[in-house]
Design a protein around this ligand. Structure first.
Ligand code: ATP
Length: 804
């Protein structure tokens, strides 16, 4: 999105006069406001925006956006911020922190009359992701667009630097991502920040985190030290070193957490299900099947997993619209997807942590965490995408048994109440066979699966919290099988020069991560870990990472599975133009045996010669076109199996015979002279098309006649049945009718919970059976689920879920 200017230039004389008069009125207004702000009692709990000394344009904006009462954080932070204090604001997700800093920004700049191109930049709002910046900008437009004359804009990249440069020099308020604004600070000569009065860091803990550390330090160096600084997040930093870096002056710590019993919204129902890693996709599929009439946000730990799960599930047609979002998609695609998910009533979005923070998707029913988050803070932000601003919401996390103890301890420490539930046995569906079948038939999907496997193992390997993530405890072979892979891909861990790692770390953190993505790009951290591990004990997993084997996934093959929505242009936000560093340190290098159904991996005679030169043995197979190279025990074994060798042999080609019993290939090129003798090529082409069109038309007529006949026969059969029923015959029922309705009811009720224990006992057709989950033990504070009997009940339930 290009920077947008909300302020207007009024060139005519009349307009100038009007403006002059308005300014006079504003001056009086400003003086009065200033007085009122000075007298404001920061200890009072203000309930209504009308009780605060706010300018008319802000009041109008709040009114038109239907904001009337203040949330807790707004009530505590706004009065202090209006008076100019530095603020450290911490409040639960969805509690209205955005307005808590936006209103003071608008008001303080208004009172300072910091409007128009000559006033310069008055406020800078920094956020970790582009999506969040856009969202904040939209809220600002909504609240500030009713009469304020500020020039406000977005600087998040995705546009040419030049366009942004021009607009930046006229802006009074900028909402930006760290990388891009730093680029302007260092490259845009006319961008002057000497008048900056306010600096806001939304999701401050993330921005002050190692990924953005350098950028933020560099930005702060450009800014005047005399300014108001505000930090907001649901999981706030209190580190003195962080605050010192930003030169906060006696900051007011405004926390709504401290007194609260939990760090998450009261209206959020949180559960966990113990799900061994190889069963996670089964569990996810079963879950989606039972919650089709909902809006679901599914978190996975990397973009590769997102792509694989999305592709695989899409092919399996789950009956709910699927979309996916990760940081490697183009900006426009990312925006479209967030928009789509926001507007959807029922939808399932597979995403990485790129949407974990701050995004305000309306009416999300479920947040499902398939992969365990790296820490409790990430958990809090992920689940915070539902149950926003007093609405209900539900969250469920799938924990591998090895993660249970560690993660629950972390959550308890952060005051996150989460209860165990089980998946109902009759709701469990296994999709392993289906995935295996799909991967066997579709090498592209299999390739995505291999990448997903590698990136997941990598993410486990680099996790900081080893009490939660114990790599050796995960059943990786079974996990690979659960993705439909014929075996666990071998993962190669390239050892890099520590100096090179350091250089990359600085460069890629500055560039890539600054745009938002917290996934996939962590090779640098990973490399550090290896360095640290150097003196430690090597496990079988270390050996797995270090294993070397042939690279047979050729470039063209990788390109083949490249998605349209992936970045293929240079990201303007990357300072050093660095492109996908994704696989630099980790790579899937799997030797794919010929019997795994992956085509196009024939070993040519040249390859064989190369292999021999490299000291490998190449063996000629009778009947096979090319020799096979003995580069592994598996291939040596293959030589001993006649059945497997058969697959390597030339399959022959199909031959057809003419009337004189002469053999022909199916497609043979016609003699050119004969072809020319029949006339102009173009005329022949046209004639062929006409004949084909006629043939299709005839086929269509006979198809229709057939369909008509079938319909008639069906109707007659139905009538016959009805006659029989009327005559009192037993056991006749119209096919499908009853079943269809039952399924519909089941799906709807699958959203609920029950109090009963998991049991294998055959279940009576009671309503409780229809639920996907059941609780492990007794749970308090759950809202009663109304039993869904009719379509009307279902609609009422859906309306309740959607908070309408
Ligand atoms: N005073 C208010 N009255 C009514 N609705 C409000 C008010 N303040 C905020 N909201 C609504 O609450 C929702 C959440 O607000 P916001 O996005 O600011 O939360 P947040 O605390 O920043 O959440 P997160 O920690 O996830 O970033 C938004 O849909 C917003 O419109």
């Amino acid at each position: 999105m290009a920077p947008q200017i909300t302020g207007r230039v009024k060139p005519t004389k009349i307009k100038k006069q009007v403006r002059g008069q308005k300014r006079k009125r504003d001056d009086v207004d400003v003086e009065k406001l200033q007085e009122a702000v000075e007298q404001l009692d920061t200890k009072t709990k203000y309930e209504s925006f009308n009780d605060l000394p706010l300018s008319e344009p802000t009041k109008a904006g709040l009114k038109s956006a239907a904001y009337s009462t203040l949330t807790d954080i707004q009530s505590k932070a706004i009065p202090l911020a209006l008076k100019g204090s530095d603020i450290l604001g911490a409040a639960k997700t969805g509690s209205g922190k955005t307005l808590a800093f936006l209103i003071p920004v608008l008001e303080n700049l208004y009172r300072a009359q910091c409007t128009g191109p000559d006033a310069g930049l008055g406020a800078m709002i920094i956020t970790p992701t582009r999506e969040l910046a856009i969202q904040i900008f939209e809220v600002m437009r909504k609240v500030g667009g009713k009469g304020h004359l500020f020039a406000a804009g977005l600087v998040i990249g995705g546009k040419s630097l030049r366009e942004e440069q021009d607009a930046l020099t006229r802006m009074n308020i900028v909402v930006c991502t760290p990388g891009r604004i730093l680029q302007h600070l260092s490259q845009t000569a006319l961008f002057n920040v000497d008048n900056l009065r306010m600096l806001v860091l939304d999701e401050a803990d993330r921005i002050l985190d190692m990924g953005f550390q350098k950028d933020v330090d560099a930005i702060v160096d450009y800014l005047p030290t005399e300014r108001q600084t505000m930090l907001f997040s649901a999981t706030q930093t209190k580190r003195v070193s962080d605050l010192a870096r930003l030169s906060l002056k006696e900051p007011e710590y405004v926390s709504v957490h401290e007194a609260a019993q939990s760090a998450t919204p009261k209206t959020l129902q949180q559960n966990y299900v113990i799900t061994p890693l190889p069963e996670k996709l089964d569990a996810l599929w079963s879950f989606i099947q039972s919650a089709k009439k909902s809006k679901i946000l599914v978190f996975l730990s990397s973009g590769k997993q997102v792509r694989f799960v999305y592709e695989a599930f899409r092919q399996m047609q789950p009956g709910i619209p699927l979309i996916h979002l990760h940081g490697r998609q183009k900006q426009t695609a990312r925006l479209e997807i967030t928009q789509k998910f926001s507007n959807a009533k029922y939808s399932c979005l597979f995403a990485t942590d790129v949407v974990a923070r701050g995004l305000d998707f309306p009416a999300v029913d479920w947040v499902v965490q398939v992969d365990c988050p790296e820490d409790a803070d990430t958990y809090i932000h992920r689940v915070g995408r539902t149950a926003r601003y007093e609405r209900d919401g539900r969250a469920v996390i799938f924990l591998d048994p090895s993660e249970e103890e560690g993660m629950l301890t972390r959550l308890e420490q952060k005051k996150v109440p989460v209860e165990k539930i089980n998946i109902r046995t009759n709701k469990k569906q296994s999709i392993k066979d289906q995935l295996q079948n799909m991967c066997f038939k579709d090498p592209q999907l299999k390739y995505l699966g291999q990448k997903a496997f590698a990136s997941y193992v990598r993410s486990l390997h680099i996790q900081k919290d080893k009490e939660v993530f114990k790599l050796e405890k995960y059943p990786l072979e079974e996990f690979a099988a659960s993705l439909g892979l014929p075996g666990a891909p071998r993962i190669k861990f390239l050892k890099a020069d520590p100096e090179e790692i350091k250089r990359k770390k600085n460069a890629s953190r500055q560039a890539a991560v600054s745009e938002s993505e917290e996934e996939d790009d962590d090779e640098d951290e990973e490399a550090d870990k290896t360095k640290n591990k150097k003196n430690g004990v090597r496990t079988k997993y270390d050996r797995m990472f270090e294993r070397k084997n042939q690279d047979i996934l050729a470039d063209h093959y990788a390109k083949m599975v490249r998605h349209d929505d992936e970045k293929d242009d240079i990201d303007l936000n990357r300072l050093d133009g660095e492109q996908e560093a994704d696989d630099d340190l980790f790579d899937v290098k799997r030797v794919i045996p010929a019997d795994e159904g992956v085509p196009n991996f024939d070993i040519s005679a040249k390859d064989a010669a190369d292999a021999q030169a490299a000291g490998l043995k190449a063996v000629a197979i009778p009947g096979a076109k090319d020799p096979i190279i003995l580069d592994s025990k598996r291939r040596e074994k293959l030589l001993k199996s006649k059945k497997k060798l058969l697959k390597l042999k030339d399959k022959g080609s199909k031959i057809i015979y003419d009337d004189e019993c002469n053999a022909h290939e199916i497609y043979e090129l016609e003699d050119e002279a004969d072809f020319r003798a029949r006339g102009e090529a173009e005329a022949q082409r046209r004639k062929f098309l006409e004949e084909e069109a006629e043939r299709v038309k005839m086929a269509d007529i006979s198809d229709k006649a057939l369909a008509k006949e079938k319909k008639k026969a069906k109707r007659e059969k139905k009538k016959e049945r009805e006659r029989a029923e009327a005559a009192g015959e037993d056991g006749v029922q119209l096919e499908g009718e009853e079943d269809g309705f039952e399924n519909f009811k089941r799906d709807a009720a699958g959203l609920g919970y029950s109090d009963e224990e998991d049991s294998e006992v055959e279940e009576k057709p009671s309503k409780k059976q229809k639920k996907w989950f059941q609780e492990d033990g007794k749970r308090k504070d759950l809202h009663e689920e109304k039993e869904i009997e009719t379509l009307g009940d279902l609609e009422a339930e859906a309306a309740k879920l959607l908070g309408s």
